[in-house]
Structure formats: C-alpha cells, structure tokens
Design a protein around this ligand. Structure first.
Ligand code: GUN
Ligand code: ZN
Length: 436
C-alpha cells in the first residue's frame, strides 16, 4: 500500500456535458494493489492510515495517465515525414517501413522503441494499430506486457491496393488473428483489436473475416480508419458502389460500441447518425490531420450528433507521442474553424486525453481519472526548475490556468514519473530504477 501526496487534477465528468476540472492541491490517494481505495485532503487520509508509506509528489502536478486511442506501432521510426497527403505519405514513408517488419529482429526493435515512446509520454493506455505480420504483432504484445501497459492491438489486414508483401487473404487473416487473440486477449492488461487497415485496402473477404474474428473473440475491439482524406473517400466510394465510408464497415456489423474509427474529418450527417446510433467512437488525430493536410476536424458536429470522441497521436503521421501536443493542436483546430468550431478549455483537453479515451476503449470503469475505485494509472509532471512550464505553473492564476500552461508548454521531458495499476514504470528525471 502507498499513500500518494500531490496536486491532483482530473476530469471525472465530461466538460462537454457540464463537468468541470477537479483540482485538489494537497490530495492524498491511498493505493492498494493498484487500486485507489481512499482519496481526500492529505491530512485526513493520513489520519485514517497513519502507517502507510507516503510518496511525496507535491512538486509539479499529478494527472491521470494519458489514453491514446490511435497510434501505429510500426511507424515509430518514420515520424516526421512531412509534406505529403495521405496516400502519397503511405507510399513514400509508412508502407516501405511496415514491410521491414517482416524481419523478426527488426520488428522487436521497433516494438521496443514504440513502447518506450508511449511510456516516455505518460501514455498508460493505448489502442495500438498493429503490423501486417503476425510475429511482429507478437513482439508488440510482448513489449507492452513487459512494461505492464494497457494495450489493445492486433494484426492489420489488407488484401488489395497495397504492396504485395503486405497483403493477406480473408482465410489467412481469420486464422492468424484468432491464433494471436487466443494467446494474448485477456492476458494481463492486453486485449485483441480486429484491424483492417482501411476499407480502401480491404475487400469483402477481409471485412467478413474481421466480422467472424470479432464474434469469435468475446470482448475484442474493432479499429480502422474512416473519412480521412477527400481523395481517399472518393476511391472508397468507387470500390463499394457509392457507399459511404462508415457504411463499408457497418454493412459487415463492424460498427458497434466496441469500435474506434480514426480521423473522420469529412463525415456526412448520415454517417455521424450511424456512428451515434451504433455507439461507436472516433479517434481525433489533430497533428496527423494537420501534417497530412487532411482537414479540420468537425468536433462540434460529432458532439452534437452524440458521437464519442477520444484523442489519438496517430504516430507516425502524427508528429510524436505527446498527448499534450495533440490536445493543443485540437484546440488550435477548433479556433481555426471559427463559428463552426467548438471552443475548448483546458478541462476539455484533459478530458479528451484521459477519460474520453478510456470511455472510447470501454475502460471507463477502470481508468481515465483518479477517483476511488479506479486503477492508479498516473502521470507526474515535474518540469525542470527554470524551464518555461515550471515558470508557468509557479505563476498560474488557477488550476484551469495551470492546466492551460501544461497544454501550451508541456513536453515529454516534463514527465517525472508514470504508474500503471500502482506500479511505477518510468521515473524520468527522478532516476529511480526503470522497469523492465
Ligand atoms: N489510412 C490507412 N493507413 C493509414 C495510416 O497508416 N495512417 C493514416 N493516418 N491513415 C491511414
Ligand atoms: Zn492511423
């Protein structure tokens, strides 16, 4: 058991439905076997539990662990390929690298780099877009398991329009996915995600195999891409007899409360209605959308339609692992949309980075904020004395203001410690022994 002491900020209820920031500046969180069992003013919790060891984190801020709802593990080494729209970027940067993951040693190294990137950014839960090769997906599961991260991932499947080494068949996709799910789904904090790359590269055979896998593996997740780029959307419609992009998944029963579709920059109202009706979630990937010139995400239309939205870094089209940067970019985009935009406060940004993602991944009962009963998944922000964030926090007028400064100025090097289920997995500048 440990009694954590710090300035805790979280968003237990959605600011999109009236929730506000919860900030307790000398908060005690008692953690037993990974779960928060008591919370209150530090002195009060201390009185009740005088013998528990105290971890004093009063310098800096303690936030819930970040939840990344869309991030590609095979693309960690191609972050920063700028200047191209989606399909050209895939051809030039992403797909050549993804073919290298056919090599086991290479894919193990990539999985290690990737997981280190998540941990470094304070991301404790992620829906990870996998690789086209089953052994590479094994490497991803292994790396996530070693670090104890909450990762949902799976085999990426495609049977057309990609380079031949990345293609499979419906039959093989089904067999390999089931084999991976049998070995990993439900092991520790891991879960399986059925993952056709996008309906542009997935014929009916692959989408049918996805539906079969999803129903064979109870509690498995579904993820793919949707409505990212106007040219891509036209190509998809041509391949599916003019169907809408959401419909290409929905007609196979792939749009459910356990589905997360990435991007959705250009949805029709009918598609938003379908997503809302099915209870599916969208992963908003702001730096990726800007880097590829995909467009300005219509957050207001999603919220008004009742579609759940989380944030995704979309590494490697996105420009890094930090969800603070994604939050800031999400804010910029809504500003740029003018009257069509949804003005975001720092509370909205924290919600999008944490509880909204947990909800999108069906983990809202376990993680997303630091309430009693939740897992202690947390990120300790500890900016170096004198750096702009430290100066900003020291001069913040209110908790909302402090959090705005975190989004404006925070980087991965401000992360001083990360815990998942009560276990510390990164120590940052704290220099405690790193695990593993
Ligand atoms: N659509 C299909 N594959 C990808 C990918 O790797 N990245 C992004 N941003 N969009 C995609
Ligand atoms: Zn993506």
């Amino acid at each position: 058991m440990t009694l954590f002491r710090g300035h805790v900020i979280d968003t237990p209820t959605s600011p999109f439905t009236g929730g506000t920031l919860r900030s307790h500046d000398d908060c005690g969180l008692l953690v037993r076997q990974g779960v928060i069992t008591a919370r209150g003013p530090f002195e009060a919790v201390r009185c009740e539990h005088p013998d528990e060891p105290v971890l004093d984190l009063r310098e800096g801020l303690l936030l819930p662990g970040m939840v990344d709802t869309h991030v590609h593990f095979p693309q960690v080494r191609v972050i920063g390929g700028l200047g191209l729209p989606l399909l050209d970027w895939l051809e030039r940067y992403a797909l050549p690298e993804e073919m290298r993951l056919a090599d086991g040693d290479y894919s193990r190294g990539v999985a290690r780099d990737f997981v280190a990137g998540l941990v470094d950014a304070g991301t404790t839960t992620a829906l990870v877009f996998g690789a086209h090769y089953a052994p590479a997906v094994d490497s991803m599961f292994e790396a996530a398991d070693q670090w104890g991260l909450r990762v949902t991932t799976g085999l990426v499947t495609s049977d057309r329009l990609l380079p031949e080494p990345l293609l499979t068949t419906g039959e093989r996709a089904y067999a390999e996915s089931l084999d991976l799910a049998t070995r990993w789904h439900g092991k520790g904090r891991l879960r399986y995600a059925v993952t056709p790359r996008f309906s542009l590269s997935a014929s009916e055979a692959v989408l049918e195999a996805c539906a079969a896998t999803l129903s064979e593996v109870p509690g498995s997740w579904f993820t793919s891409h949707v409505n990212e780029n106007p040219h891509e959307i036209r190509e998809v419609a041509a391949l599916f007899d003019g169907a809408s992009y959401v419909d290409t998944y929905d007609r196979f029963g792939l749009v459910t409360p356990r589905s997360v579709l990435a991007h959705d920059v250009h949805p029709t109202d009918a598609e938003l209605a379908t997503l809302a009706e099915r209870g599916a979630a969208v992963a908003h990937c702001p730096t990726s959308n800007a880097a590829l010139g995909s467009g300005l995400f219509p957050l207001r239309r999603h919220v008004e339609a009742g579609v759940r939205v989380g944030l995704g870094s979309d590494v490697g089209a996105g420009t890094g692992f930090s969800l603070f940067k994604e939050g800031l970019q999400a804010y910029f985009v809504q500003q740029l949309l003018g009257p069509a935009g949804l003005p975001l406060t720092s509370a909205h940004l924290l919600w999008l980075c944490t509880a909204a993602g947990a909800d999108a991944l069906g983990l809202g009962e376990e993680v997303g904020d630091l309430s009693v009963g939740k897992q202690f998944d947390a990120l300790w922000l500890l900016p170096e004395a004198g750096d702009p964030l430290a100066v900003g926090l020291a001069n913040a007028a209110s908790p909302d203001d402090a959090l705005s400064k975190v989004f404006a100025l925070g980087t991965t090097s401000d992360v001083g410690g990360v815990w998942v289920g009560g276990d510390q997995i990164a120590s940052g500048r704290w220099r405690l022994p790193l695990h593993p």
